[in-house]
Design a protein around this ligand. Structure first.
Ligand SMILES: [Zn+2]
Length: 408
């Protein structure tokens, strides 16, 4: 990814000026294996993990380092939310404080995710690392038309392959990392039927082909099976939601290596009062969707389809869904402790294209870390209550003075 030179230099200067950070007495859960490394010292230099060694040998602490004694707490990879809609700095901060250090945006109204990505990278704002997707590739742009003057050409709708290519190109020109489109209608509006197909395979293929001209992958919202099948056949990289997926669609996903991002927590949010969705029609709808999506997750996992966690929220003040809930719910649907944690760490990183740099506690990886009061492999509920959040080697949250005694 290319940054303007002045931005890159500013980012570098900020990172280099941070003193090294040393975490002592940490039990390390790496996000990949079931092994917990006990009583480790983690040294962080220039935003990356420089070493992980047992004990607290004085020689491992570089001069001038800030040392945080974790007193036997657990360190896990910062959480990755593979499906978010964050478009404000306040919400970005709320996500970060919940332990989310990396997000894949799943569309915002006006390219706020692109700006947030660049500003967070330059150290100018406090936000998770962002993989941006820009504006939704959808038939009716509504108010999103105002996101870019070139979208005026699509005021009458985004229906033909050529119109779809125009919208994809505007997103590409604005520097997105992903394209988000849809196979079906939404679940979160009382007047739409989430099973109804929106684009067919030919239209979806135009989107995938146009994005591929700049090697940009496509994610597709799809609840209904026909719309999902068309998206998978067209070559999207992930199906978002997937509530009504049939075995034949799942088989095609396995064959093509398509990921599933079920966003189960948001379906549960439909069933509850408050939260991002608060409507009697959606309460009823959620009650029949929840068992369907759980069944899909069980079948997909049994077939070997890769699953990543997404909370599908904007992390607004009303939001009651968090990525920790997704991991907790996956544990009850056939995923092992390590598999469930990986859906929000190493696995999610692989899906969104940053698997070589984050999502693991390992030497050379970005120091995107969370500190927990208990072992998240023994009980994923510990992920709900992060005590420290470190993003790119910087302490974004530290509640250690108020921490409980860790459960050893
Ligand atoms: Zn969404």
């Amino acid at each position: 990814m290319t940054l303007p030179l002045h931005t890159a230099v500013a980012a570098l200067a900020l990172v280099l000026s941070d003193p090294p950070l040393v975490l002592t007495h940490a039990n390390v859960v790496d996000g990949v294996t079931a092994t917990v490394l006990r009583d480790q010292t983690i040294v962080i230099v220039d935003g990356r993990i420089a070493s992980i060694r047992p004990g607290t040998a004085a020689s491992t602490a570089p001069a001038g380092a800030t040392v945080i004694d974790l007193g036997g707490r657990w360190v896990a990879p910062g959480l990755i939310d593979a499906h978010t809609h964050i478009s404000s700095l306040a919400n970005a901060r709320r996500a970060l404080h919940s332990g989310v250090t990396t997000v894949r945006s799943a569309s915002v109204p006006a390219f706020q995710d692109v700006a947030m990505r660049d500003m967070a990278r330059a150290g100018q704002v406090l936000a998770p690392d962002v993989l941006a997707t820009g504006v939704f590739v959808t038939p009716n742009l509504g108010e999103t038309l105002l996101a870019d003057a070139r979208l005026g050409a699509l005021a009458g709708g985004v229906l033909t392959p050529e119109q779809l290519r125009v919208l994809v190109r505007v997103n590409l020109d604005r520097g997105v990392d992903w394209i988000k489109t849809r196979g079906t209608e939404r679940a979160g509006l009382p007047d739409t039927d989430p099973r109804k197909q929106v684009y067919d395979e030919r239209e979806l293929r135009a989107i995938v082909e146009e994005a591929a001209t700049r090697r940009i992958p496509v994610m597709a919202h799809a609840h209904g099976d026909e719309g999902a099948y068309a998206a998978v056949a067209a070559g999207v990289k992930s199906i978002e939601h997937g509530t009504y997926l049939s075995d034949s669609t799942l088989r095609l996903m396995r064959q093509k290596g398509t990921w599933l991002v079920p966003t189960l927590s948001t379906i549960w949010d439909l069933t509850q009062p408050g939260g991002d969705y608060d409507d009697p029609v959606l309460t009823l709808r959620g009650q029949h969707m929840a068992p369907r999506i759980e069944d899909v997750i069980r079948r997909a996992h049994a077939m070997g389809i890769r699953i990543a966690a997404g909370a599908d929220t904007d992390y607004g003040p009303e939001s009651v869904t968090r990525i920790s809930h997704e991991v907790m719910r996956f544990r009850g649907l056939g995923l092992s402790a390590v598999e469930a944690l990986a859906t929000a760490t190493s696995g999610a990183a692989e899906l969104i294209g940053v698997g070589g740099s984050t999502g693991r506690v390992a030497v050379g990886f970005e120091a995107d870390l969370i500190v927990l009061e208990g072992d998240p492999l023994a009980d994923a509920a510990w992920l709900q209550d992060v005590t420290v959040v470190i993003s790119n080697g910087r302490v974004a949250l530290n509640r250690l003075p108020f921490g409980r005694r860790p459960t050893r």
